[in-house]
Design a protein around this ligand. Structure first.
Ligand code: HEC
Length: 133
C-alpha cells in the first residue's frame, strides 16, 4: 500500500510539472506570436494597408491567452497589463478595418505602453533567453 501511495504522489508531482511546463511554453508561443504580428501591424498601418487587421486580431488572441494565464495564476498587475494589451489590439483591429489609421496608431501606442511594465515585473533573464517570473 505504501509503495502505491508513494507512486501516486510521485505521478501527481510529475503531472503537475508537465502541465506547468506546457503552459509556460504556451505563454512563450503567445508572446512570440504577438511580437511578430505587432511588427506586421506597424508596417501595415504605415502603408495604410487594411489587410493587417487580421494580424491585429492575432495579437488580440495572443494577449487573450496571456491574460487567461495570469488570471489563473492570480497575478493582478500582469493580468491588467495583458488586458490593456488585448483591448488595445482589438481597438487597432477595428480601426484598421475601418481605415482609420490615426485611431489605429493611437491604439498601438497604448499597446506599446504595456510591454515595459509587464517585463519589468514579470520577465526574467534566464540562461537560455527570457523566463517568466
Ligand atoms: C502581461 C505581461 C506582458 C506583456 C503585456 C508583454 N510581455 Fe513580452 N514577455 C513577457 C514575459 C513574462 C516574457 C518572458 C517569457 C517569454 O519569453 O515568453 C516576455 C518575453 C518577451 C520577448 C522575448 C521572447 C523570447 O524570444 O523569449 C519579447 C521580444 C517580448 N516579450 C516583447 C513584448 C512586446 C513588444 C510587448 C508589447 C507589445 C510585450 N512583450 C508585452 C510578458 C509580457
Amino acid at each position: 500500500m505504501r509503495v502505491i501511495k508513494v507512486l501516486v504522489a510521485l505521478l501527481a508531482t510529475v503531472t503537475f510539472f508537465v502541465l506547468l511546463a506546457q503552459t509556460d511554453a504556451d505563454y512563450m508561443g503567445w508572446m512570440k506570436s504577438a511580437v511578430a504580428s505587432k511588427g506586421k501591424v506597424a508596417k501595415g498601418i504605415a502603408a495604410k494597408d487594411k489587410g493587417v487587421a487580421t494580424d491585429a486580431k492575432v495579437m488580440e488572441d495572443s494577449f487573450k491567452g496571456m491574460e487567461d494565464y495570469w488570471t489563473k495564476k492570480g497575478v493582478a498587475d500582469a493580468t491588467g497589463f495583458a488586458k490593456t494589451a488585448r483591448t488595445a489590439s482589438a481597438d487597432a483591429a477595428k480601426a484598421i478595418a475601418a481605415g482609420d489609421f490615426d485611431a489605429a496608431n493611437a491604439a498601438m501606442t497604448t499597446l506599446g505602453g504595456t510591454c515595459g511594465g509587464c517585463h519589468m515585473a514579470h520577465r526574467a533573464k534566464g540562461d537560455s533567453g527570457f523566463q517568466i517570473k
